[in-house]
Design a protein around this ligand. Sequence first.
Ligand code: ZN
Length: 619
Amino acid sequence: MGAAGEARERVNGWADRQMKDLVRNMAEFAQTKWTLEELLPTRTGEEFERLLAGLERRVSDFESGRERLSAEITSQAFLDILRQFEEINAVLRRLSAYAYLWFSEDTQSQEAISFMGRVDQFSAEVRNRLLFFSLWWKGLDEKDARRLLADSGDYAYYLESLRRFKLYTLSEPEEKVINVKDVNGSSALIKLYEVITNRFTFQLEVAGEVREMTRAELSTYVRDPSPDVRAAAYQELYRVFSDRAMVLGQIYSHRVRDWASEQVTLRGFDSPISVRNLQNDIPDPVVETLLDVCRANMAVFHRYFRFKARRLGMDRLRRYDIYAPIGAAEKTYPFSEAADLVLDSLNRFSPRLADHARRVLAENHLDSEVRHGKRDGAFCYSVLPGLTSWVLVNYVGKADDVRTLAHELGHAVHGAMAADHSVLTFHSALPMAETASVFSEMLLTDRLLREEGDPAVRRDLLVLTLDDAYATVARQAYFVLYEIEAHERAVENATTDELCELYLANLRDQFGEALDLSDDFRWEWTAIPHIYEQPFYCYAYSFGQLLVLALYRQYKEEGKAFVPRYLRILEYGGSASPEHIIREAGFDMAAPEFWQGGFDVLRGMMDELEALSPDGSGE
Ligand SMILES: [Zn+2]
């Protein structure tokens, strides 16, 4: 009985025959710990030492091929070298993956930590010894590079990506000086930022008792049902950051000015953001369009904030309340039911996708248990083409856990769909990396929305989705809009106070009249590591999420005809530019209408949410 029986009752309007088919096709999946054997048969002893010795031999062979690298090299010889390079990378990936997965299943294991240290060091040494190859390739003349590229098959996009930076690469001695100076320059600034902020501790009164906590613990209280606790959590966060604001602001200014000196002045990029765009292989105007469309569509989130205020019985939402829960239905899903729901929602779209996801469970590559010492959160690790991905979740049965399962299995499906590619072109580029994961969340949400009889559960699903869309699309786009201005101003020697004022202006633009913004949020930017460590990185999140929403809208319009176009996107993996992949699927990412399509889906959800609670107060 159990899960299947409950599911049958819960799901209204589901044809009985379909249900029987489903039950027949589903193995009952239980919550388990994964097995890693397939990745590495052994991690100690002679056999393991033999593996390392074998790798060492391959690296030496590769190094001895160095003199063959010349402008006259034949395509055949070049391909041989590439294959060696690929094989070495494959072994390194196995080792690193094993180390990371072992550590993730038990972060308290001394053995796992020591193994990871050994692998990290070994990999760094090997990578240094391989470096000459990419340096040679980047330096090769255009004519010979084109000749070799034409014959390089699936390696082509990897090779092109290396050469994309040729125009902005300095002479070898200059590059060396930058590397050496960075260790105690910009890298040191980033490290200082981490050292300072990771030591922060926070105090919050919980249930009448003041508790000391880390930032991760503190941040769970921004979703607390109590408005006072939510406000107190934010106030404490920014009290601690503002205490160190002078030094954090100074670190930021140096980081940004160093970025401008190196990337714009020395290397010749058009603007500070262009570097990131080239890394993502997204043209500058596309990023501008994406950010413009995000800015123009804030109204849908304003509407959502007003809806939340009504549900919470407030005149106006405070910034503190953005992630406030609204009367959750508290429905829980046994694990086997969650697995069935996710697999079935994939199956209805394309049985091929469901088969790939099912394999993760059937081959015991999913660690879904909750155990002491296991890593928090969730991730998917796609190690090598042809090897089923490993997925970690901490499943406790909330609606959000089911969504997370759909998300991570979506990543695994993406890896399996791209299995025909080289080790070097298998992983998709950052802006495309969340396509399959978010799309499979959408399939699940849509399926639950259509078949869930309880309006309270449906409302919860929409709220979860819109909370997430705000945090992923709008918030991240506004971080980047801020960075564009902050990089300009910091070069003109703006003070920390001026940067704070600039940030407040960015938030006012973002929220308009839709919520109350208190002054403490002026410090928020000092608390966002990406802004310090990976400038302009955050728009990739907006890109990925809106891309999926736009694709999803297309699916709703076209139905089954859309499926092969979508599968083709996944099959590309990282073997072509995002622009190429999206264009081949029939879309133009340079067109504002494409991105607008994503917001139209969110507006539709907002309509549905308001229809479920006509007076705004619900039951
Ligand atoms: Zn993801």
